[in-house]
Design a protein around this ligand. Structure first.
Ligand SMILES: Cc1ncc(C[n+]2csc(CCOP(=O)(O)OP(=O)(O)O)c2C)c(N)n1
Ligand code: SF4
Length: 289
């Protein structure tokens, strides 16, 4: 149980749920205070996720979280669920193994953009292709935070990073389009500025049977913000407000570069991998090859 009540207070947060939410009920107090920099967006993502779980009424013992390595991946150490802090880029591979061996568990995988789409890119597309029932959260800060601000496949063209002092020459992935093309059956995008919206998408993603991807734009003021002169955390969040719109907004006609937020895919008809696997086992047991 969390044992330092002076470190933070979330009592004033307004929730849709009438049952009181207490952050301390869902985290491992011995690992606090956390290691994130002041203003890091990853704490907001953690708060959204725990509120989503609280509002869904899930029992902590029903949830398994696997993660790789990164500031974002640190979430798996903080939560009081079954959790596995594994190898950089391999969180989805571990989650696949856990989910296949115990499909009744709700599998959630928090990843950074590097963890998910650089070293872990192959696991990402294949988990989506299989449509295995895992919720993948891509906490996109467009940089490798933990290792000192190297550019990632999400940094985008013309951005500065420790490894790109004269700006990047790489184009970025579009997480939503990649997830869609690879076969994810639930795909959504939000930002840390739109915390209630992000929480609602996480709720839907967790309840969705199949591979769900929720991209959450999450500020790294220490590296991406500082190197690219985007200001401090509140200023970076203001940019999320200014530069994103709901799917299909009229504002896109004037400015097609605006980033769309919303639910892009929600396909409930596609076969889920663990269920298909069970059916194959059944067929094999009957000897009907
Ligand atoms: C196999 C391997 N390669 C590289 C690293 C070093 N490493 C640790 S975290 C990380 C990148 C973290 O960036 P991201 O996944 O985007 O998460 P963030 O820290 O930004 O939240 C790297 C390259 C490692 N731990 N293991
Ligand atoms: S380095 Fe960036 S991503 Fe890592 S904790 Fe600090 S602000 Fe967050």
């Amino acid at each position: 149980m969390y044992d330092d009540s002076s470190a933070f207070d979330v009592k004033d947060y307004v929730s849709d749920d009438t049952r009181p939410f207490d952050f301390k009920d869902y985290v491992r107090g011995r690992y606090f205070p956390h290691m994130w920099c002041p203003g890091c967006g990853h704490g907001i993502v953690l708060n959204c996720l725990l509120r989503a779980i609280h509002e869904l009424g899930l029992d902590k013992s029903e949830i398994v979280m696997t993660s790789g390595i990164g500031c974002s991946s640190r979430i798996s150490g903080y939560v009081d669920f079954h959790s596995l802090h594994s190898i950089h880029g391999r969180a989805l591979a571990f989650a696949t193994g856990v989910k296949l061996s115990k499909p009744s568990l709700t599998a959630i995988v928090p990843m950074g953009d590097g963890d998910a789409l650089a070293i872990g890119g192959n696991h990402f597309i294949h988990a989506a292709r299989r449509n295995i029932d895992i919720t993948a959260i891509v906490m996109n800060n467009r940089i490798y935070g933990m290792t000192g601000g190297q550019f990632s496949p999400l940094s985008g063209l013309g951005k500065k990073a420790t490894t790109a002092p004269y700006t990047t020459i790489d184009n970025e992935f579009n997480v939503v389009e990649l997830a869609k093309a690879a076969g994810a059956s639930f795909v959504a995008r939000s930002t840390t500025f739109h915390a209630r919206e992000a929480k609602d998408y996480l709720k839907k993603a967790i309840m969705h049977k199949g591979f769900s991807v929720v991209e959450i734009l999450s500020q790294c003021p220490t590296y991406f913000g500082r190197k690219n002169k985007e200001g401090d955390a509140p200023q970076m969040m203001e940019l999320y407000k200014a530069n994103t719109v709901p799917i299909g907004s009229k504002k896109l006609e004037e400015n097609p570069n605006l980033i769309q937020r919303g639910i892009f895919v929600e396909d409930k008809d596609r076969a889920e991998y663990c269920e298909a696997y069970d059916k194959i086992i059944e067929t094999a047991m009957k000897g009907n090859a």
